[in-house]
Write a protein that binds this ligand. Structure first.
Ligand code: IFM
Length: 450
């Protein structure tokens, strides 16, 4: 399939772009929609400059234009999420018809533009009312999620070939509850473990609910796997790296694929041995068979032991290798490693989609009116080659979704981070395809790289 210079992907390979409701839609509470925990977190100053998703890229109103743009760029599939508080404004069983109507129109527009929908049911916009009842620390939230998943998939049955239950439970749990960077801004490692379990449970409860509603659709989950290397072969560094990898990878892959939690994490996360948290039957539920694995790739880091770090003693070091303009490490080759991880560690032969891959750069419109993001093109070129190498090694990779179509609200960093292949001039909401968008159109056109 590939040699040093050219790579051709299989004929039925899917090229898509991924997005998330809260990050692009705006119009949060119109048509009866409710607030989510990020609205409150932003008001409380948890995000840069108190930025929020209030307006974002105004995709709620501009989706026809955005779908046409995606289609003109050659994209074949559009990964989006449904906003839980638009469907269930207060998280209860009282559902908002206008929310369903909106997404009916969105699905019509995707069909008109020949874009296959891949829909995520939970991309971090928990209804605020549920957050006030304890959020993901409250086990009941997993059951509320399963009810919402059932209602949504019943309504849209037959129109959506791919359902994803939850997106990156690691980020919700550990960025939101251990590092305090994401909503709701808590710093408590064991609490993050409880949240991780409740999110895993939410996934497990939703799988049969989706199957009962929409028997034809494929059901999966999107995990954000991380390449973690020890700083040295000193046993303390090796253990620290294993702990971080256990937190980011094992805590999610192992219950999904094998029905257990990694035992080496128990000393750091006592909740995993607490029968009130991990109840009888939970792990069977979480390991319900799925049809595909979605993998998101961003993190490739080196970890060393540092006794001053609470609980784990594991310190994520400054990134190695070339840095982006904002100082993050660029390691496109790591995509091959995370794609191989489920196969290597669990013998998993499920179809896999790269449900997100992308990077943030300091993009700007130059005096010619262009956004010359050659660093992003280089990144994607190398990442796609890494994906192709994983296929040669046995991974059943079916498609790649770039993160993301439009510049968007990037959570704690607000509007300061630009990940899109299309530049959004937020004041005017003008869309300007970046050079990477035109490059990607050529890659899709020839279904490969030269
Ligand atoms: O913007 C996020 C997305 O919501 C989840 N994956 C990582 C992206 C980049 O930070």
């Amino acid at each position: 399939m590939s040699n040093e210079t050219s790579v051709i992907f299989p004929d039925d390979f899917i090229w898509g772009a991924a997005t998330a409701a809260y990050q692009i839609e705006g119009s949060r509470t119109v048509d009866g929609g409710g607030e989510c925990l990020w609205d409150e977190f932003a008001r409380q100053g948890g995000t840069l400059n108190c930025d929020s998703g209030e307006i974002a890229a105004d995709h709620y109103n501009r989706y026809p234009e955005d779908h046409a743009l995606a289609s003109n760029l050659g994209l074949q599939s559009f990964r989006m999420s449904i906003s839980w508080p638009r469907i269930s404004p207060d998280g209860s069983a009282v559902l908002n018809k206008a929310g369903f109507d909106h997404y009916d129109r969105v699905l019509d527009s995707l069909a008109e533009n020949n874009l296959t929908p891949m829909i995520t049911l939970y991309h971090w916009d928990l209804p605020l009312a549920l957050q006030h009842k304890g959020g993901w620390l409250n086990r009941d939230t997993a059951y509320r999620f399963a009810d919402y998943a059932a209602a949504v998939t019943q309504h849209f049955a037959g129109r959506v070939p791919f359902w994803i239950t939850t997106n990156e439970p690691w980020s919700c749990a550990f960025l939101g509850y251990a590092r305090g960077l994401h909503a709701p801004g808590v710093r408590d490692y064991n609490a993050a473990g409880i949240v991780a379990h409740n999110l895993n449970l939410a996934h497990g409860l939703a799988v049969p609910a989706i199957r009962a509603s929409d028997g034809e659709a494929s059901v999966g989950v999107a995990h954000c796997l991380q390449v973690i290397e020890p700083f040295s072969d000193h046993p303390k560094d090796v253990e620290a790296a294993q702990t971080v990898s256990g937190e980011a990878n094992g805590l999610f892959l192992e219950p999904t694929l094998q029905g257990s939690y990694p035992q080496h994490m128990f000393p750091y996360l006592p909740c995993l041995e607490d029968p009130a948290i991990v109840r009888e039957g939970d792990l069977e539920c979480i390991s319900a068979p799925i049809d595909f694995l979605g993998l998101n790739y961003y993190v490739h880091e080196v970890v060393r032991f540092d006794r001053t770090i609470p609980v784990t003693g594991a310190c994520r070091m400054a990134p190695l290798g070339p840095l982006t303009t904002i100082g993050s490490g660029l390691r496109p080759d790591g995509l091959e490693k995370i794609l191989l991880m489920p196969l290597r560690d669990y013998g998993c032969r499920l179809p896999v989609y790269v449900t997100e891959v992308g990077y943030l750069f300091n993009d700007y419109v130059n005096p010619n009116g262009r956004v010359n993001d050659c660093a992003r093109i280089k990144y994607y070129n190398e990442a796609f080659r890494a994906a192709a190498r994983s296929m040669e090694k046995g991974v059943d990779l079916r498609g790649i979704y770039v993160w993301t179509l439009l510049d968007d609200f990037e959570w704690d960093s607000g509007y300061s981070s630009r990940y899109g292949i299309v530049f959004v001039e937020y004041g005017s909401q003008k869309r300007i395809p970046k050079d990477s968008a035109y490059w990607l159109r050529e890659v899709i056109g020839r279904n490969g790289l030269t």
